[in-house]
Ligand binder design. Sequence first.
Ligand SMILES: C[S@@+](CC[C@H](N)C(=O)[O-])C[C@H]1O[C@@H](n2cnc3c(N)ncnc32)[C@H](O)[C@@H]1O
Length: 228
Amino acid sequence: MWNATVLSLFPEMFPGTLDFSLAGKALKNGIWSLKTINIRDFSDDRNGKVDDVPFGGGPGMVIKADVLHNALRSVSNNEGPRIYLSPRGRKFDQQLAKNLSKKNGVVFICGRYEGVDERFLISNDIEEISIGDFILSGGELAAQLMMDSIIRLLPNVVGNSEVLLDESFETGLLEYPLYTQPRIWNNLEVPNILLSGDHKKIKMWKTKKSEMITKLKRPDLWEKYIKS
Ligand SMILES: C[S@@+](CC[C@H](N)C(=O)[O-])C[C@H]1O[C@@H](n2cnc3c(N)ncnc32)[C@H](O)[C@@H]1O
């Protein structure tokens, strides 16, 4: 079983979106488990204060190192890599999702406010991961996003595992266009080749379309693809 452990000031946000569809079914079927830890439970302040103003000035509040450290110490070392969701981290991608799906699990640390005291990150073996070049109000949505893409890679989550091999990024290319019934809709026809039953030609068509789309929409991926 793959174990997600989440440290958050808002544990009630979980499982959130992960309670639905594929991930929700997999949770009920015991393919993955979820443990949430409320960071506030580790405050030694009478009023449960977890943050303070930043040294050196600046806006907002910073989550205290000792509170986070104590919260993390309540998690066993075997629960997998410790990840702090952070805009300045390495960018999350499909390859990282694959790597993380092969671990026992992942410990997600969700920041809030201006972020966390740097000494907490230095003192613990923590990797910073970003889900993109934009700022969220907290790490919870980022953790759910990462969990969703990891969970669908776990064995027996996606019914037909061929689906996973055929998806965007799997070959370094984006996905080809998809069509379903009816054959003509809004005066637009399904390309004839897809109705031909000639699997070899269909495969070639799909590759050609994937290449065209990647070149057009993601020149950065296309560059990598032709170099590899
Ligand atoms: C308002 S943000 C803090 C932003 C921080 N002051 C900065 O400028 O980089 C609060 C929390 O949201 C999470 N967060 C925000 N944007 C994120 C992103 N792009 N990827 C992952 N986590 C993010 C982090 O956990 C962060 O501590």
